[in-house]
Design a protein around this ligand. Structure first.
Ligand SMILES: *[C@@H]1O[C@H](CO)[C@@H](O)[C@H](O)[C@H]1NC(C)=O
Ligand SMILES: *[C@@H]1O[C@H](CO)[C@@H](O)[C@H](O)[C@H]1NC(C)=O
Ligand SMILES: *[C@@H]1O[C@H](CO)[C@@H](O)[C@H](O)[C@H]1NC(C)=O
Ligand SMILES: *[C@@H]1O[C@H](CO)[C@@H](O)[C@H](O)[C@H]1NC(C)=O
Ligand SMILES: *[C@@H]1O[C@H](CO)[C@@H](O)[C@H](O)[C@H]1NC(C)=O
Ligand SMILES: *[C@@H]1O[C@H](CO)[C@@H](O)[C@H](O)[C@H]1NC(C)=O
Ligand SMILES: *[C@@H]1O[C@H](CO)[C@@H](O)[C@H](O)[C@H]1NC(C)=O
Ligand SMILES: *[C@@H]1O[C@H](CO)[C@@H](O)[C@H](O)[C@H]1NC(C)=O
Ligand SMILES: *[C@@H]1O[C@H](CO)[C@@H](O)[C@H](O)[C@H]1NC(C)=O
Length: 636
C-alpha cells in the first residue's frame, strides 16, 4: 500500500474509533453498579463516615442488591451495599445514618425527594455530609502515594486489583519495598497459588515513605503511615493503628484497590486478616501469610486448620451434604449422603500456646487417648529456635526427633511428626523444654496439636484424594473439609489451594471480572487487488467487530493452557455466523453489516466443574446502525 494511503486509512480508523467509542458499552447491561460503604459505631450506631461510588463489574448481582456487614478491628461496623439502584442505596444511607441528628429528618426526606438519580451520583457526598456531618471517606487524609505497577494484566475496571502499601520503609528504602512487594507478588502468582487466575489480577505497589524504619513493638507504633505494630516482641499478630489513613489511601486509588495489603518492614513472621491483609516480607512467612489471608478475603472461606472458630465457604460443611460432591474422588460410588464416608480421625489435643519458653519449667499438656487409632501426628509451630539442640519435644518420656527448617533462623515455622503407632488408652503428656538459656526471650511455642488416624483404608491421607475429612474447632466441634492436607487454608506451608478452593477462586473473581474486556468496532478499506495499477485505488469498506478477551486459554501470555478453552459464537439477527465461530474478530462487507449482533463467549477450564451462576459465560450485544460509508460522509 502507498504510505499516504496507509496514513489516510489510519486517520479514518482514528476518526471512526472516536465516533464509535461512545457506542461501545458493556453488555448485556451496564455492569457497573453503585456501591455505598458506611462505617458506624456498633453501639451508638452513629455513622462515622461513608463512601459512595460506581463499583466495578458485579455479575449476577441479586435483584435486591448485595450487602455485607463486617466488624472492623476497632469494633466498628462496616456496611457495604452494592446495587444498580442508587435510590435503594440512598434509602439505606438514610435509614442507617439519617436520624442521628434531631430535627433533620424532614430536611433529609426533602433532599431525598429532590435528588434525582443522576445528581445523586455527583452529590451524594455533600448530600449526606451537608445534612448530617457524616464525612466522606474521600475527605480523610492519607499519606502521599507513589503507585508503581508490579504485574498488570489489564484495565483495573475489569480486573481484581491487589495493592501493597508500605509501612516502616524510609524514603531511601523505597527500592527495598518494591523488591519485597515484587518478590511476594511473583511468589503467589508466578508458578503456584494464583498462577492460573493471574490474567484476572493486577498487582500494584503504593509507596509512602515512613519517618522511622521498621514496625512498632510493645503495642507502640512507630512514626509510619499506617502505624503497624506488634503487641509485644514475640512473633505473632501485626496490627495497625491508622485504619482511616489506610481506608482513605485505598479509596483514593479507586478501581485500582480491591484488596489492600499493608506490608510492615520487618523480617519475621506476623500478620493479620480482615479488612486489611497485614503482612511482613519475611522470607519464610511473607508469602505464606499473604496467600492464606487472601484466600479468606478473595474466596470468602474460613479456616481449614483445627482449633479455629470460623469454618464457612465452599471448602466447609457442617453436615454430610458437602458442597464439593462434584470433586469427590469416589464420586461414582457415592449416592446421596448414605454412602459418604468420613475419614476416621480425632483430635485429642489442640492448643494455641503462644508462649515464651524458659529453661526453668517446660510447657506441657496432658490429654487422653481412646487407644483405638493406629497412627498419630504431633504437630507444632515454633519461633526463636534455630537449632535442634535448643529444644526438646517429649511425649510420654520419649524425645521426638525434630529438626528446624534449614535457614529458618529465629523466624516461625511448622513441624509435623508422624508416628505409625497407637497411643495407648488413657492419659498422655506432651512437653516442650527449652534447653538453651540464650534463647529465653525469643524462643516461642506458637501452637501444638495431636491428631489420631485410622489405618490407611480408614483414613486416606494421600495428596490428591478428595473426600470428607473432619476438622475440629477450638470448641472441638466437627466440621468437614475436602482434602487431608492439600490446601493452604489448612496446611499454611503448602503453596496451593485445593481444587475446591480454586474453583471458588475462579467464581469469586469472575463475579467481578467480565471475560470480555471490550468490543471494538472499526472500518477497514480493502484494496481491490485485481486492479492495483489504477491511478486511484479501487476498493470497498469492510466492517469489523473485534473482541478483546481476558487473556486465558489460547491467549495466555505463556502460550495456550491445554486444559482451558474459549468457545466464541457470533450471531447476527438470530443467525449464527458459522464462519466466525471461535474467532475474535468479525469482518463483513459494509452494506451487509447492519443489524443486531450477539457475541457469546464461553470459557471452559478443568478447574471449574460447577458454575451455577453462569459466570464462565459472557454475552454482549451490539447493534450496527450505520455503514462505514455513511459514517465517513458525516465526518467529512
Ligand atoms: C469534602 O471535601 C469537599 C471538597 O474539598 C468539600 O466540599 C466537602 O465539604 C467536604 N466534606 C466533608 C464532609 O468534609
Ligand atoms: C515455583 O517457583 C519457586 C521459586 O522458583 C520454587 O521454589 C517452587 O518450587 C515452584 N513451584 C512450583 C509448583 O513449581
Ligand atoms: C513524618 O514527619 C513529618 C514531620 O514531623 C510529618 O509531617 C509526617 O506526617 C510524618 N509522616 C509520617 C508518615 O508519619
Ligand atoms: C470407594 O467406593 C467403593 C465402592 O463403593 C468402596 O468399596 C470404597 O471403600 C470407597 N473408597 C473410599 C475411599 O471411600
Ligand atoms: C474432642 O472430642 C473427641 C470425641 O468426643 C474426643 O475424643 C477428643 O479427646 C476431644 N478433643 C479435645 C481436644 O477435647
Ligand atoms: C516458664 O514457662 C512455663 C511454661 O510456659 C510457665 O508456666 C512459667 O510461668 C514460666 N516461668 C517464667 C519464670 O517465666
Ligand atoms: C483422662 O481421663 C481420666 C479418666 O476419665 C480423667 O480422670 C482425666 O482427668 C483425663 N485427663 C485429661 C487430661 O483430660
Ligand atoms: C470452538 O472451540 C471450542 C472450544 O475449544 C470447541 O469445543 C469447538 O469445537 C470449536 N468450534 C469450532 C467450530 O471449531
Ligand atoms: C464462509 O466461508 C466460506 C469459505 O471461505 C465461504 O464460501 C462462505 O461464503 C462463507 N459464508 C458466509 C456466510 O460468509
Amino acid at each position: 500500500m502507498h504510505s499516504s494511503l496507509v496514513r489516510a486509512l489510519v486517520s479514518v480508523a482514528l476518526l471512526w474509533n472516536a465516533l464509535s467509542a461512545s457506542s461501545t458499552r458493556r453488555y448485556p447491561e451496564d455492569n457497573h453498579p453503585f456501591e455505598l460503604t458506611i462505617y458506624r459505631d456498633a453501639h451508638s450506631l452513629k455513622c462515622s463516615y461513608h463512601t459512595f461510588r460506581r463499583a466495578q463489574t458485579f455479575r449476577g448481582l441479586p435483584e435486591g442488591g448485595y450487602s455485607d456487614i463486617s466488624l472492623t478491628r476497632s469494633g466498628d461496623e462496616r456496611l457495604q451495599f452494592i446495587s444498580h439502584d442508587p435510590e435503594a442505596l440512598r434509602q439505606h444511607a438514610w435509614s442507617l445514618c439519617g436520624v442521628q441528628d434531631r430535627g433533620v429528618g424532614q430536611d433529609l426526606s426533602e433532599a431525598v425527594l429532590q435528588a434525582t438519580s443522576d445528581t445523586f451520583e455527583l452529590d451524594t457526598g455533600s448530600w449526606l455530609s451537608s445534612v448530617h456531618g457524616v464525612p466522606d471517606l474521600a475527605n480523610l487524609s492519607y499519606p502521599p502515594l507513589q503507585v508503581e505497577p508490579l504485574i498488570i494484566s489489564g484495565s483495573s475496571d475489569n480486573r481484581v486489583d491487589l495493592v501493597f502499601f508500605s509501612d516502616g520503609y524510609l524514603r531511601e528504602e523505597k527500592a527495598k519495598f518494591l523488591e519485597d512487594a515484587t518478590r511476594l507478588a511473583n511468589d503467589i502468582s508466578g508458578n503456584q497459588t494464583f498462577d492460573t487466575v493471574k490474567p484476572l489480577l493486577n498487582f500494584w505497589a503504593a509507596f509512602s515513605p515512613s519517618n522511622e524504619s521498621g514496625i512498632g513493638t510493645g503495642g507502640k507504633p512507630k512514626d509510619t503511615p499506617f502505624g503497624l505494630y506488634r503487641d509485644g516482641t514475640e512473633l505473632r499478630g501485626v496490627y495497625y493503628s491508622k485504619p482511616d489513613a489506610a481506608r482513605a489511601a485505598c479509596f483514593a486509588l479507586g478501581d485500582r484497590c480491591d484488596y489492600p495489603i499493608l506490608m510492615g518492614n520487618d523480617p519475621f513472621y506476623g500478620g493479620l486478616g480482615g479488612e486489611f491483609t497485614v503482612i511482613t516480607p519475611s522470607l519464610a512467612n511473607g508469602a505464606l501469610v499473604l496467600r492464606h489471608e487472601l484466600g479468606h478475603s478473595i474466596i470468602d472461606v474460613g479456616e481449614e486448620y483445627d482449633g479455629g472458630y470460623a469454618y464457612f465457604g465452599v471448602n466447609a460443611a457442617h453436615d454430610l451434604s458437602v458442597p464439593w460432591t462434584h470433586w469427590l474422588s469416589n464420586f461414582s460410588h457415592t449416592h446421596g449422603t448414605d454412602n459418604i464416608r468420613v475419614e476416621r480421625s480425632v483430635m485429642p489435643m489442640q492448643a494455641y500456646a503462644w508462649t515464651m519458653l524458659n529453661t526453668t519449667e517446660p510447657w506441657s499438656v496432658r490429654f487422653n487417648s481412646s487407644g483405638r487409632y493406629p497412627r498419630h501426628l504431633v504437630r507444632f509451630s515454633l519461633s526463636g529456635l534455630p537449632d535442634e539442640d535448643d529444644l526438646s519435644v517429649v511425649i510420654d518420656g520419649n524425645r521426638l526427633p525434630w529438626s528446624p527448617r534449614p535457614d529458618i533462623g529465629v523466624d516461625r515455622w511448622h513441624y509435623d511428626i508422624h508416628r505409625s503407632e497407637s497411643l495407648a488408652e488413657g492419659e498422655h503428656e506432651l512437653s516442650f523444654t527449652l534447653e538453651n538459656g540464650n534463647r529465653e526471650g525469643i524462643a516461642q511455642l506458637c501452637s501444638a496439636e495431636i491428631l489420631e488416624f485410622g489405618d490407611e483404608t480408614e483414613f486416606i491421607a494421600d495428596s490428591g484424594y478428595y473426600g470428607v475429612f473432619p476438622t475440629f474447632s477450638e470448641k472441638n466441634k466437627t466440621s468437614y473439609r475436602p482434602t487431608n492436607e492439600d490446601c493452604l487454608m489448612r496446611q499454611v506451608t503448602t503453596p496451593n489451594f485445593c481444587k475446591v478452593c480454586i474453583e471458588g477462586l475462579w467464581l469469586s473473581l469472575l463475579r467481578r471480572v467480565d471475560l470480555i474486556d471490550d468490543l471494538r468496532l472499526g472500518c477497514q478499506w480493502e484494496l481491490d487487488t485485481e486492479s492495483p495499477d489504477k491511478p486511484s485505488p479501487v476498493g470497498k469498506w469492510k466492517r469489523t467487530l473485534e473482541l478483546d478477551l481476558i487473556p486465558l486459554a489460547q491467549f495466555r501470555a505463556g502460550g495456550s493452557a491445554t486444559q482451558e478453552s474459549y468457545a466464541i459464537t457470533w450471531v447476527k439477527d438470530g443467525h449464527i455466523l458459522e464462519n466466525f465461530t471461535n474467532r475474535t474478530s468479525l469482518e463483513v462487507d459494509d452494506e451487509d453489516a447492519l443489524g443486531h449482533y450477539t457475541i457469546s463467549v464461553r470459557f471452559t477450564t478443568t478447574e471449574v466443574r460447577m458454575d451455577r451462576d453462569g459466570l464462565l459465560h459472557s454475552e454482549w450485544r451490539h447493534a450496527v446502525r450505520s455503514t462505514c460509508g455513511e459514517a465517513l460522509k458525516k465526518i467529512q
